[in-house]
Design a protein around this ligand. Structure first.
Ligand code: C5P
Length: 234
């Protein structure tokens, strides 16, 4: 895997309710942040045209839409996202869905990321939904399938990163939320890791929202995180 610039390893989650707030945050962060995550909330409130504008302005965009539908629909939707200029797109880690997304992205630069099992699910939730496997086994099964299908990366919780890196090797892109620089509030995140620890565990990219966007000085907070990443991955 080519070396990633430490600055590009920070993906700031634009979890804001409207376009005006997103634009204000991006302009406040300026050159400090090169990569943004746009999730469903913002995507459904005008965020898709914003993705194109961000890409045109030279930013990278992670579009977190968690696609899951019949293969034909996933393939065509993925091709549209590739045309928007996004760099990363999430899909649920069902084999049909992953294969269709890989087909839809073609040979362009869009990377497909699979969400294995959402962290809101525990073993009891999987039983209720009709699954025979527990979370740990289902994450591993889907991660192996994703790799075999040619998915580019996985979204994982910080504590899953080192095992997945060992299981799947260096070629898969691993991305983790649940990151908290030491001293910042955990909020509703339960299993957290510092930026340096997550990178050392094998993460390629960190998705960080509130520690940057709700900081008194978001730009300074982003720069401090990048410095911490650089200290272990320079
Ligand atoms: O503000 P915070 O740093 O907790 O934001 C983390 C981002 O990562 C949010 O956009 C959240 O939806 C996302 N995420 C997460 N945990 C997951 C999957 C996604 O925190 N398991």
């Amino acid at each position: 895997m080519p070396k990633i610039d430490p600055r590009d390893r920070l993906i700031v989650a634009l979890d804001v309710p409207d376009l005006a707030s997103a634009e204000a945050m991006v302009s406040r962060l300026g050159d400090s942040v090169t990569f943004y995550k746009v999730g469903m909330e913002l995507a459904y409130s005008g965020g898709l045209s914003f993705v194109r504008r961000l890409a045109d302005a030279g930013k990278k965009v992670f579009l977190d839409l968690k696609l899951h539908d019949i293969p034909n629909t996933v393939e065509k939707a993925t091709a549209q996202v590739a045309d928007l200029g996004a760099s990363f797109l999430t899909v649920h880690a069902f084999p049909q869905t992953m294969k269709a997304a890989v087909k839809g992205r073609g040979a362009g630069s869009l990377k497909i990321l699979a969400v294995t099992v959402m962290t809101s699910y525990d073993d009891a939730d999987l039983v209720e939904a009709g699954y025979a496997l527990g979370v740990k086994d289902l994450v591993e099964r889907r991660a192996r399938q994703a790799h075999a299908i040619g998915v580019d990366g996985l979204i994982l919780s910080p504590e899953e990163v080192s095992a997945m890196r060992a299981l799947l090797g260096p070629d898969i892109t691993l991305i983790t939320p649940g990151i908290r620089p030491s001293g910042s509030a955990a909020g509703d995140q339960k299993r957290i890791m510092t930026p340096a620890n997550a990178i050392e565990a094998g993460a390629d990219y960190l998705v960080i929202g509130r520690p940057v966007t709700q900081a008194e000085d978001p730009k300074a907070s982003a720069e401090a995180i990048i410095a911490e990443i650089r200290s272990v991955a320079g």
